[in-house]
Design a protein. Sequence first.
Length: 136
Amino acid sequence: MTKRILYIVCFVLVLAACDQTHKIDPELSGMTEVGLKVKGKSVFTYTEGTMQLSFNRSLRQFRAGNDDMTSYFVITCDQLPTREGQQVKADVQWRSGSSVKTTTGITFEVEKYDGTGLVWLWNASDKTGAVVKILN
C-alpha cells in the first residue's frame, strides 16, 4: 500500500512539473515585430512603414500605433525590462475598435530579450503578453 501511495505522489509531482500554463504563448514567442495580445487574442500588430513606434526611457513607456490612433497600445512599466526572468509591473492601454481599454498593475515576466532591443513580456494567468522595443 505504501508503494502505491508513493507512486501516486510521484506521478502527481511529474504532472505538476509538466504544467504548461506558465509557458509563454507560442504565437507571441514567435513574433518578430512589436505587438500586444490580451487574454490570448491579438489586439495590435505593428507594421513597419505604416505605423509609429516610440519609447520613452525616463517614463519606461512603450508606444505603438497607426497614424490616426484608431489602433494603438501604450505600456508603462515600473522599471525598465532589461533581463530575462525579470518581473515588471505595468499599466497597459490599447484601443480596440471604438473603445479604449486599460489594465493596471499587471505583472509581466520578461521571457526573452534580444540584441535588437525587442523584449517579450508575458503574464500567464491573464494570457496577456507584448513584444516591445527599446529604441536608442
